[in-house]
Design a protein around this ligand. Structure first.
Ligand code: PLP
Length: 404
């Protein structure tokens, strides 16, 4: 029989969301009369905008006609969509030829790991989306898991400083090859400032490190002073890859559509452009994004689609803001929730699972315990604004009855 792949065997079970679900079910089994409010959601809860659905269905209809049928498309994606992304989302800071259309950020992370290989040393923010580490572990980039530190041996976890507890302190980073950074961040909800990203790019240029910049939540940034893309920082085109997605911009978590940007000026140490290897890897591992999803992407990037998606994301931001204001007024230190639908809330003196159970049992709200995102998430809960405003209002009433 085939031997088990030792790298896959190293993956830790994704216990976080399963445990949350189990505790929720156990609570409901004991209290069937209670209606829980779910503020743990990391996904749209509202339907797609009408103009976007029309774009998707027009393409599906076209495919049923002799003149409109299309089979395999270009692996890098529809040219019109790549031009629209370069225009609408990057104001031409990157060229359409530097953009590859994908089926979302998560699958692109896996393909990127194949591109960069198992011999690179990677660094992640101390609190971050777990997929950066998981995809690295799968291809064998880590040493064994250390039970004491709850860490993988060769992966560097960048801690924050006293001034910015959740942004990496680059003065303290050993030799690395690749940095994964997400802004606005999941789980903390914090958007990095221009100064912080300038510091990141300077560090990467100085230390010859590649940045993989996850911009999944960039469409929630409302302040023009806060960069939506790493390419707003001078010099980033020589050191950064950016991953983008329609998931949280337009509710495409099920439709599946995203993109990557690998600038032509980004090179290996021997001067070879990384973009040509990326095209090679891409075309061998991926047969192109669905043409229906790409038609939907074009509809999202039309002026009507942008307006309708903005209304939806505005609602989630408003919910997050109300939660942040309410929790702060109840004496809890809160982060994020301004340019991101997540509010990262401190519950001093208890573990994040204790805080989770307290809020579940007494305020009837489901949250996500911070410890699931890394050891410095202990004592924190992630509250999400992805819900109906009426449910968020009810949640705030429940919280204030319990916490004040
Ligand atoms: N990046 C971050 C930071 C996320 O939080 C998520 C999903 O929650 C993703 C990427 C996944 O994006 P996609 O749906 O495009 O695969």
């Amino acid at each position: 029989m085939v031997k088990r792949n030792p790298h896959v065997a190293k993956l830790k079970d994704s216990y976080l969301f399963e445990t949350v679900e189990q505790r929720k079910q156990d609570f409901l089994a004991k209290h069937p009369q209670v209606t829980l409010i779910n503020l743990g959601i990391g996904d749209f809860v509202h339907p797609l905008p009408k103009s976007v659905a029309a774009g998707l269905s027009a393409m599906a209809e076209n495919l049923s006609t002799p003149s409109g049928f299309k089979g395999y498309g270009p692996k890098e994606g529809d040219k019109k969509l790549r031009c629209r992304i370069a225009d609408v989302l990057y104001s031409q800071r990157v060229a359409p030829e530097e953009i590859q259309i994908s089926d979302g950020i998560l699958p692109s992370l896996g393909r990127l790991q194949v591109l960069l290989g198992a011999n690179t040393i990677i660094a992640v923010q101390e609190l971050s989306y777990p997929a950066y580490v998981d995809t690295a572990v799968v291809i064998g980039q880590s040493f064994d898991f250390d039970q004491n530190t709850q860490r993988y041996g060769r992966i560097v976890y960048m801690k924050g400083s006293a001034k910015s507890p959740f942004f990496p302190d680059f003065s303290d980073v050993p030799r690395i090859d690749v940095i994964y950074l997400c802004s606005p961040n999941n789980p903390t909800g914090i958007a990095a400032t221009k100064e912080q990203l300038t510091e990141l790019v300077a560090f990467a240029r100085d230390r010859k490190v590649i940045i993989v910049y996850d911009a999944a939540y960039s469409s929630y940034i409302r302040d023009s002073e806060i960069p939506k893309s790493i390419y707003e920082i001078e010099g980033a085109n020589d050191v950064a890859i950016e991953l983008g997605s329609f998931s949280k911009m337009a509710g495409f978590t099920g439709v599946r559509l995203g993109w990557s940007v690998v600038p032509k000026t980004l090179r290996y140490d021997d001067g070879t452009p990384i973009s040509s290897d990326w095209s090679n890897v891409y075309s061998r591992l991926f047969n192109g994004a669905s043409n229906i999803a790409q038609a939907g992407g074009l509809a999202v990037l039309s002026s009507k689609g942008q307006e309708e998606c903005r209304q939806l994301t505005d609602n989630y931001l408003k919910n997050a803001r109300s939660l942040k204001d309410a929790l702060s007024s109840m004496g809890h230190q809160c982060f994020g929730g301004i340019h991101c639908p997540y509010v990262w809330t401190h519950f001093p003196g208890c573990s994040s699972w204790e805080a989770f159970d307290n809020i579940l049992e007494n305020a009837h709200i489901v949250t996500i315990p911070g410890i699931g995102f890394g050891p410095s998430g202990e004592g924190f809960l992630r509250f999400s604004g992805f819900n109906d405003a009426s449910k968020v209002e009810q949640a705030i009433e429940n919280l204030s009855a319990f916490l004040t």
